[in-house]
Write a new protein. Structure first.
Length: 318
């Protein structure tokens, strides 16, 4: 839909912005298109919230506590069955996250070409975002590989044979240095993800391309990470307060019952717990948009600088 216009980059999107202005532009994008985003992301948001609600409920349920405490006889479910259910839910959650990230960056890509989101139907977005979901899956696999390599390097000093306080202190110091290095080197990946979705070409090439850009503006990437983390944490904490209160009450009641105490809780408490958790995570799905949108605008700012430099160099060569 409107493919010809999608090939034209938006000058309002690809322009220089500071870190704070990039974050502000991302928030404006979400608020200006909120109703359309709610409509187009409804299946993904509902699936994400349902799986999260199931995971939280299982983790706070008396069945899990009984199984972990070794009281399998008092429960109709075994630890093995419970483990399989949890693994399946986590795999399903990962699949939904890939689809959801594919949708997020597909809509950002559309918006970056000055195409109104209201031109797209849920069916059209579903089909076009599948390719982006595949990119999200591959990018997460690259991130996973990076995390494995970093973890192995951090653990490597403890494989050095020998004992003693001095040697152990050296091992810990080396591991701490490696942890800091891993954090520092992983931050530019925040620019790699929008590069994967907003740039044409192979995924690995775009990951490397975005990473190089991220290294050049490491300070901006760090500030954006900090601002986005603070904002998301604050919003999630506020939204989670009713949910946390109910989960704490449910956990305390469950522990009391396992100890043989009499607890008077409403019969509908578990139902309302699931409802509150579901609604909380449904609202979380819209907070998740902040990070990708903010880093997409920051990436667009970097690209605008390159375009401007290329223009200036061209004018000098005339």
């Amino acid at each position: 839909m409107d493919n010809q216009k999608e090939n034209q980059l938006s000058e309002s999107f690809y322009k220089y912005r500071s870190v704070t202005k990039s974050l502000s532009a991302a928030i404006s994008f979400l608020t200006d298109n909120f109703l359309q985003i709610v409509k187009l992301s409804l299946p993904y948001a509902l699936a994400f919230a349902a799986i999260q609600a199931a995971l939280v409920y299982i983790a706070s349920d008396s069945v899990l506590i009984e199984v972990l405490m070794g009281n399998e006889g008092a429960s109709s479910i075994s630890l093995t069955t419970l483990g399989i259910v949890l693994v399946l839910l986590l795999l399903l959650l990962f699949g939904v996250l890939c689809l959801f990230n594919g949708l997020i960056y597909r809509l950002i890509h559309i918006y970056s070409h000055d195409v109104p989101l209201k031109k797209y139907t849920l069916k059209a977005i579903w089909k076009s975002s599948l390719k982006y979901a595949w990119k999200a899956f591959l990018f997460f696999m690259i991130m996973f590989a990076f995390a494995i390599v970093a973890s192995l390097l951090i653990a490597a000093p403890f494989l050095i044979p020998g004992e003693g306080i001095v040697l152990m202190t050296i091992k810990i110091a080396i591991s701490m240095i490696l942890i800091i290095a891993a954090i520092v080197l992983s931050l530019p990946l925040g620019i790699s993800m929008p590069a994967v979705f907003l740039e044409k070409g192979k995924i690995l090439r775009n990951v490397i391309y975005g990473y190089k850009k991220g290294l050049k503006i490491w300070g901006k990437v760090f500030c954006m990470n900090l601002l986005v983390s603070i904002l998301e944490f604050f919003l999630m904490f506020v939204l989670a307060m009713p949910c946390l209160a109910m989960i704490s009450s449910h956990h305390a009641a469950t522990m009391s019952m396992l100890n043989g105490d009499t607890v008077n809780i409403p019969s509908t408490f578990s139902f309302w717990l699931i409802v509150i958790v579901f609604l909380t995570y449904y609202l979380y799905t819209f907070i998740i948009w902040i990070g990708p949108a903010a880093f997409s605008y920051l990436f667009a700012s970097v690209q605008s600088d390159e375009i401007e430099e290329a223009k200036n160099q061209y004018m000098k060569n005339l």
